[in-house]
Ligand binder design. Sequence first.
Ligand code: ZN
Length: 675
Amino acid sequence: MNPLLEKFDTPFETPPFHLIEPNHYLPAVKEAIKEAKAEIDRIKREVQPDFANTIEALDDCGARLNIVTGIFFNLNAAETNPEIQKLAREISPLVTSHSNDILLDAILFEKVKAVYEQRDTLPLDEEQVTLLEKTYKSFVRNGANLDDTGKQRLREIDAELSQLGLKFGENVLEETNKFELIIEDKEDLRGLPEGIVEAAAQTALENGKAGKWVFTLAYPSYVPFMTYADNRSLRKEMFMAYNTRASKGDELDNQDIIRDILRLKDERAKLLGYEKYAHFVLEERMAESAPKVLEFLEDLLQKSKPKADQEVQELQEFAKKLDGIDFLEKWDFSYYSEKLKKEKYEVDDEVLKPYFQLEKVVEGVFETAARLFDMAFVPNKEIPVYHPDVMAYEVQNKAGEHLAVFYADFFPRAGKRNGAWMTSFRGQKKSATGEQRPHVAIVCNFTKPTLTKPSLLTFNEVTTLFHEFGHALHGMLADGKYESLSGTSVYWDFVELPSQIFENWCYEKECLDLFATHYQTGEKIPGDLIQKIKQAANFHQGYQTVRQISFGLLDMNYHTADPSTIDDLFEFEQKAMEQTELLKPVGGTLMSSSFSHIFQGGYAAGYYSYKWAEVLDADAFELFLEKGIFDKATAESFRKNILSAGGRTHPAKLYKRFRGRDPKPDALLRRAGLV
Ligand SMILES: [Zn+2]
């Protein structure tokens, strides 16, 4: 008996974690793939393909596979062990090759295309039109319309790109780890916090340099060094090492790799009929086109640059007064910025934490959801969980009807990945046999309670909890017909709207008063502390905004340019970032050669989306500020048009339905204190 292949005999058909053993996964995945293939074969035999028997059927296909792999990969992230990891190396390729088989199936594509070609005559609603287009495009964007030579070339390009991306990342990693700043004189450690010094001594010990201190270019070492080290020339040394990674003309140099990646991406886009790689990417984004993204970035730059210049000017004066610095250099910015922030708005985490006891913050999150969307969270001990720390709730609507299952997994342990995320064990959909409601989870790494002290969160952890809960709402309130368009299955530059908007409630007194009370005295968080939190959050926002814009512009320039014209990367980068420079450029440095987001990760022609999502969340939240942060009508409109709508139509349309107009950057500029 394999419980993964039986009907789940648990409340709401939740995964029977108490019955699942690691050796159940592989046979279940294989069986589920077999089932899915049989469903695909049935679609391929349709003599008269239509919307229901082909497009809807395809969306419905592989239901068991989704559940089994959902459980497996969620556990591999939240509760893994060497056995599960080993299985993952076997299961991942099976799942990937199964989805490739579908997208490369010429007969299946023929059926899909036959339906797509009748689209103007079919009586389809909005959601069905989206499903049809999305399905058709997923094949076409993978080369289904190409002849055999074209298809083969596309495979070659993809294989080459994936190799180049890996190599790019390996080079960055090796360059990051290779460099060591070895400190022998204690004097050179001045300014650094004790914990950082200890870590550096530990690194030295591990690297065979006992009694010394070693700093590397890895984030947890580099960032504190640049922020706190008093020794200016050592800061410069670190800065230069960091900003010349993978650009020194040796075997770890990434410049040729970048040129190859850009050339291949351009070829791939042209092969599929797009003008530039950016056009290929942006076709499936809310932002829609390269000119629109560029206009967005330029507009934001124009509006935030004056404040950024002012901030740099103020910091220059501060550094002059403090240390007689005549020209603020790039390796000075974080250092003086931190000192100025401390002077102006010091908020100590230790002062704030007693107001944020985890249980109360969770109650506060639930209460916020209750006031906005009439949701109730009922703890349910009958629902199996994968670790005793995990809590399971049944989520109900106002009428007490079942909405979703919600799992909360808050504490770190061996076997859990770092960071915080939302995921789901099962999506939402409606079919002829009834509706399937979602099973959603948030996984975090918050400080565990001790025998004497409850779990007290930093403010950053509070916003993280609200952020992930916002994603969870998107999943729990889903109300679509098709799983592939439901919940968080939306365009990439739209998916952070529900999460980021929810963070805004943490800065509002009316919301904080619901839960932010001192765990010992019961006193509400003082208003001036809230004020300070807000000011600290906005500190140097001008500078940070311009910096993000500069990366966005560099990314867009690379992916809209003709790659044959990109020769000297130093020159190209400097030109692309020229108008965003706030401090004197430093010769010989290159950011591109370690810009892993766009050359290794999935952010190519997508870096703008960080700022894009902020514009959306600030603009959307301003409506709540106008009407009241718990205003029922505004919340209902947000639920209906955004949270429940998933990807049923283009996000620009959904947004307009909620806001009554297109998004404007003004609210973000106001919130960040830039105007
Ligand atoms: Zn997020």
